[in-house]
Design a protein around this ligand. Structure first.
Ligand SMILES: Nc1ncnc2c1ncn2[C@@H]1O[C@H](COP(=O)(O)OP(=O)(O)OP(=O)(O)O)[C@@H](O)[C@H]1O
Length: 370
């Protein structure tokens, strides 16, 4: 157990068993006890009521109830404690700036959602991921940087939004389902994007992100253009990205492209927070049979190969498609469904990786020859 400076107002005799019990409560995402993970911020006692302050470095509101129950049960084994009053907060770690790009005003972490191959469900995953982060208690924005097929406005039901500018420089952003959104789709017309070259597109996207009036955000999710070419590479250099989530489907052709994506992020020193395997399986609503339509374990195998986490596996599911296509993504349409819980678990896993990165002095990145 690490040495505490003692912000805790407990007597010596009570402090020791309380800290021991709290450190036996292992955070499932950080793999550390609550004391070692610096989650416990205050301790006090009034008569037999222990007052406990917690601050999580990743958003996890949906987990609070179970965690408090488990902590209370453990602490109540001490004769000095009858009751536990818990106050819980969330604050992400300060971003580790290892990119050459300057920090963007009001934004703590930029998370890129990318895929090597088009059509694997990157935008659907990005939008539900952003909404899941918000549902878990974070302040979230999404930037639709997919110049080839900006679909976030439709997925958030904000197609008619047009940014305005009071000072001729900074543009307003849209707000939907509790998150802030900006899209390259609000700016480009028809097939203009098809003729954009790498540096031009990256410059325009960099400008879009910097000249948007973002409110204070814990995370800005960037829905990247598909592929691993010039645009993706220079965008990663224009924007200070804290980490990347790589979306793939399990079949070989998609995982081969996902590997290229990981190599690209390695080249520009952006940590890969993990892999999301989308359309991982089809669950037959009639018989409950699980069918691996696009092959099995593709995402898991890349995760193992590159030593990055598999953040989660999402089913091929008609509701995911219908709800995203109608402007009401699954995480808001059915917040307590199994699929929404999967997105929330992916959100917790990815952001807890940022905590681990912030806690490591040097970031070790595996360079491969691919
Ligand atoms: N898990 C899923 N189950 C069912 N349909 C899905 C799932 N994920 C995505 N889709 C559907 O697949 C289609 C493509 O998804 P999406 O636009 O998110 O892909 P993309 O990788 O961002 O594509 P692009 O490369 O064109 O930007 C959409 O119609 C979407 O609703």
């Amino acid at each position: 157990m690490s040495q505490q400076p003692n912000p805790f107002k407990l007597s010596e005799t009570l402090l020791e068993p309380v800290l021991t019990i709290l450190n036996q409560q292992i955070d499932p995402y950080l793999d550390k006890g609550l004391i070692d993970a610096n989650i416990v911020t205050s301790l006090d006692i009034e008569e037999k009521q222990l007052q406990l302050g917690l601050c999580y470095p990743y958003p996890c509101v949906s987990q609070y109830r179970d965690r408090v129950m488990s902590i209370t049960k453990a602490l109540a084994t001490l004769p000095e404690i009858d009751e536990v009053a818990c106050e819980i907060d969330f604050k992400p770690p300060t971003a580790v700036m290892n990119a050459s790009a300057d920090k963007i005003k009001n934004i703590e972490h930029v998370i890129a959602v990318s895929s090597g191959k088009g059509g694997v469900g990157k935008s659907t995953t990005a939008v539900n991921f952003a909404l899941a982060l918000a549902a878990e208690g974070a302040r979230v924005g999404i930037l639709d940087a997919d110049i080839y097929g900006p679909s976030i406005p439709i997925m958030l039901g904000i197609e008619d939004f047009r940014p305005t500018s009071a000072d001729g420089v900074m543009m307003s952003a849209a707000h939907a389902h509790g998150i802030t959104a900006q899209s390259i789709g609000f700016m480009i017309v028809d097939d203009q994007a098809a003729v954009w070259r790498g540096p031009m597109a990256a410059g325009a996207l960099g400008q879009l992100i910097k000249e948007t009036e973002w409110p204070e955000l814990d995370y800005l999710v960037v829905d990247m253009p598909p592929g691993t070419g010039d645009i993706q590479l220079s965008l990663s250099q224009h924007v200070p990205v804290s980490g990347a989530v790589v979306v793939t489907t399990p079949q070989d052709i998609a995982t081969a492209d996902a590997k290229k994506g990981i190599s690209m992020f390695n080249k520009v020193n952006i940590p890969v927070l993990g892999i999301v395997e989308n359309m991982s399986f089809y669950l037959c609503p009639e018989c409950g049979n699980k069918d691996h339509i696009f092959g099995e374990d593709g995402g898991l195998n890349i995760a193992k190969r590159y030593n990055v986490p598999l953040l989660g596996r999402l089913p091929l599911n008609t509701q995911i498609r219908d709800e995203a296509d109608s402007g009401n993504p699954t995480v808001v349409a059915q917040p307590d469904s199994e699929v929404s819980n999967l997105y929330k678990s992916i959100a917790r896993s990815a952001t807890s990786q940022l905590v681990k990165i912030a806690q490591t002095d040097t970031i070790s990145i595996e360079i491969t020859d691919e």
